[in-house]
Design a protein around this ligand. Structure first.
Ligand code: GLV
Ligand code: MN
Length: 195
């Protein structure tokens, strides 16, 4: 979904004072082989949190060599029962492959149709750009997923935290009406994310 590059590469200078759409390139004379390799996805993430999951991003911010190339990846670790909560990527279609365990993978279309399947090792999925999706570990042990995106910075809007843990918070009047419940329910949900 990113624009096509107009040069072989453009290793991001993340500290450049100006950026318009993406990041400026670091001078070619300063580019080294190291700029094209990244080992940030080699380690298991810490899944000790309310969702029992961890996303490690290999996007342009972590791996500046991806700048302008329209591609990036994530490593997603799941504790038993762990959930990658419903979220969407405004700038990318996502594909992924299960590396370990068993995951229920699903997304909802803009016509409100839910597509889902339980996947095991080696199996793949695709989530069309912008659609809300999740993965739930339905296996016995841990699970591991690698995902890929057609953007160097796909972005992620996580539904529960977007709605219930924004700063400042969305007024209760909006959420009680949207979900057709009382303030007690909204405050209870908000309290789960305050820390
Ligand atoms: C999974 O949905 C991911 O965004 O990596
Ligand atoms: Mn995703």
């Amino acid at each position: 979904a990113d624009p096509d590059p107009l040069q072989d590469f453009c290793v991001a200078d993340l500290k450049a004072p100006l950026s318009v759409n993406g990041f400026p390139c670091k001078p070619e004379a300063e580019v080294t082989s190291g700029d094209f390799f990244f080992d940030g996805l080699s380690k298991e993430g810490n899944t000790t949190n309310i969702f029992g999951w961890s996303v490690t991003a290999a996007n342009v911010l972590a791996f500046p060599g991806l700048n302008s190339l329209g591609i990036s990846m994530n490593r997603v670790d799941f504790a038993p029962g762990g959930l990658n909560p419903p979220h969407s990527h405004p700038r990318a279609t996502e594909t992924g492959v299960v590396i370990e365990g068993k995951l229920l993978i699903g997304f909802v279309t803009t016509s409100n149709v839910f597509h889902s399947k339980v996947l095991t090792v080696g199996q793949m999925f695709v989530v069309p750009r912008g659609l809300v999706h999740f993965q739930l570990n339905v296996g016995e042990g841990k699970a591991l997923l690698f995902t890929a995106f057609n953007s160097h910075l796909p972005g992620s809007a996580v539904v529960p935290t977007t709605l219930f843990a924004s700063r400042p918070s969305i007024p209760d009047d909006v959420l009680t009406k949207a979900f057709q419940v009382g303030n007690d329910v909204i405050d209870n949900i908000k309290s789960k994310f305050s820390s």
